[in-house]
Design a protein around this ligand. Structure first.
Ligand code: FPP
Ligand code: MG
Length: 319
């Protein structure tokens, strides 16, 4: 687990449970050979398991099942990133060499499959068809999202509604499942489960938009070179009201300038704020004060990240 000071404070009520999730992850990734698989799963921020543990109030009991589920969710996420790095031909993941880059695609495909299978096995241990249903449905949607992203035509990549569809499927759906599974595991009624799902939706959408802004803004960006048009680019196009200003053969630096000059980051990060505000508004529907408080902090953390990205952009455009 790799979290900054602020996130560590937000995680405070669930830290003991998160540490147990870490142990579970390590135990479940042992293989009968000396291969550093755990290393590739160990550096995440654990946002999805944390979502589940907050909703499940893991600190008040019913902890074991919530920990197994949170482990399964993180393993699914980890397996998807291993496969995503193959798809993206990534060289780095979280400041390390990407598994595909270090060991080649064959090893990476199989490593991802192994982690994926471990996740399914973990969920199966709970012997609960409702949980399995939510879990597997989100996996299917996620795979579909990544698939859709790969096959979209360039013109469709420029459309805002397609962008939302893809990020909903590939990212927000797993956050939806994480929040909902927490509520389901705790035995909350269907109304609370639905609120939990929407909380995950809004958190996940905002998270991916912020991530896409960071990706394009950072020097190590790889998205655009892979023709993945993201919301800051779409926002810049909308603001410039000229859909012919970008093309596939455009240089990355030129595209970044176009985005800055047409306030594309402001557009995208403004949309992220709408998702965050929608989520915050939903909190009042939850029955437990401690859950509301914890999730408010969790949402505020993401908004803080959003503001940091925005500040970086504003500094760069005034320089
Ligand atoms: C990261 O996107 C990728 C995802 C959120 C989803 C990946 C899904 C798959 C590869 C489908 C296969 C799924 C399983 C369960 C094996 P990104 O490239 O925008 O983010 P990044 O900057 O972190 O790479
Ligand atoms: Mg990627």
């Amino acid at each position: 687990m790799k979290v900054d000071k602020l996130l560590e404070q937000v995680y405070e009520p669930i830290l003991p449970s998160l540490h147990k999730v870490e142990e579970e992850i390590v135990n479940r990734l042992s293989i009968d050979y000396d291969f550093p698989l755990k290393k590739y799963v160990s550096m995440g921020k654990r946002l999805r398991p944390a979502s589940l543990l907050f909703m499940a109030r893991a600190y008040t009991g019913l902890e074991r099942g919530a920990i197994i589920l949170a482990t399964a969710i993180e393993l699914i996420h980890a397996s998807s990133l291993i496969h995503d790095d193959i798809v993206d031909e990534a060289q780095f993941r979280r400041d390390n060499l990407a598994l595909n880059y270090r060991f080649g695609n064959s090893v990476a495909v199989l490593a991802g499959d192994f982690v994926f299978s471990r996740a399914i096995m973990a969920t199966n241990e709970l012997r609960n068809p409702d949980i399995m249903d939510v879990f597997l449905s989100s996996v299917l949607v996620m795979v579909e999202g990544e698939f859709l992203e790969e096959i979209l035509k360039f013109e469709d990549r420029l459309k805002e509604d397609f962008y939302y569809k893809v990020i909903y499927k590939k990212t927000a759906s797993l956050f939806e499942a994480s929040f909902k599974l927490g509520a389901l595991w705790r035995g909350m009624n269907s109304e609370v489960q639905e609120t939990a799902r929407k909380l995950g939706y809004n958190f996940g959408m905002a998270y991916q938009i912020i991530d896409d802004c960071e990706d394009l803004f950072s020097d190590t960006d790889s998205d655009i070179s892979l023709e993945k048009i993201t919301l800051p680019v779409i926002g810049a196009l909308i603001n410039s009201s000229n859909h012919h200003e970008i093309s596939l053969d455009m240089e990355l630096e030129e595209l970044k300038r176009f985005v800055i000059e047409n306030d594309g980051y402001e557009y995208a990060l403004g949309k992220a704020k709408v998702f965050l505000d929608n989520g915050i508004k939903l909190l009042e529907k939850l029955p437990d004060r401690d859950v509301v408080e914890n999730l408010e902090n969790f949402y505020n953390y993401l908004n803080y990240k959003r503001e940091e990205v925005l500040k970086g952009v504003l500094d760069a455009s005034s320089a």
